[in-house]
Design a protein around this ligand. Sequence first.
Ligand code: AVI
Length: 334
Amino acid sequence: MSGILYVLDDQKLAPHYDDLEAFKNDVLQGLRKLNKQIPSKYFYDAQGSALFDQITRHPDYYLTSCELEILDTYKKQLAMKVGAEPFNLIELGPGEGIKTRILVEQFLHDSLSFTYTLIDISKNYLEKLIAQYNRQSPQLELIAINSDYFKGIQWINTTSKRRNMVLFLGSSIGNFDIATTKIFLRHLWDCLHAGDYVLIGFDLRKAIDILMRAYNDSDGITRDFNLNLLQRMNRELGANFRMDKFSHYEAYNVYSGAMESHLVSLESQIIDIDTLASTFTFEPFEGIHVEYSHKYLLTQIAEFAYTTGFEIVQNFTDSQHYFVDSLWRVVKRT
Ligand code: AVI
């Protein structure tokens, strides 16, 4: 079997799930809170995904170039780790897929036998990746699942008994709060077999000015990326947010190690959201919390691994020690 492409829609995994309903619910609940918030997963509509792609190429956003360096340096070692037996390469949130292409090309070059499964909330990214791989590597077996990570990894459970290697790159894990991170890792562990591998990208703590630049790039792309969330609510929920009445503000929380993004109301205003049949009052300088981007200590990464049932095989870092791709193995005692 080769070159077969499937697109599984998450309706098949969870039949009652509806993207728009979930968005409406999260906005309604989030804007009713005393400290308003909206989950960052709603950044990624078509416009938001395109802006995110631009961020990843911007010199101020060091994360992507650091991880590309790591994968390019250690791709052969990673190919040797997965070994000669057929396996499943499963990627959570491939985005544009540039990073994983480095590994996929190495694995194909080494004639490894594997199926590549992509799980992403953005259908847009999946369709582009399917078309690209179909053109450039038609021999590759590819499965695409349009879903968020939590539901997507349940699919792993239903697949073969082959060894799994799960990739969760780009420090996407950093967008979860710490409690959710542990729940997610344990859920991932539950879906995997003893000896399976996971490779997780963690952005490391570093000088605060470097962080501030990365999330406040000099061309204002990150600002537009954040404000797009308001535009998305206008487009999809019939809201009447005005971009000139909100600003984007980034702050670093030294204690938790998180860059935190906010949209701040510049004046007193009332926002109508038609499809929610609701209005929301903003006082001057009241914010909406829209994203955590955690930065980690190596001790914290080790603690995540050991408390959720994994052992660390190796930490791969870039030459500046800004970022780590941490290779873990599932431990299960029977
Ligand atoms: C997707 N995620 C890892 C990015 C981050 O760095 O937290 C999203 C992002 N937000 C602002 N810039 C990039």
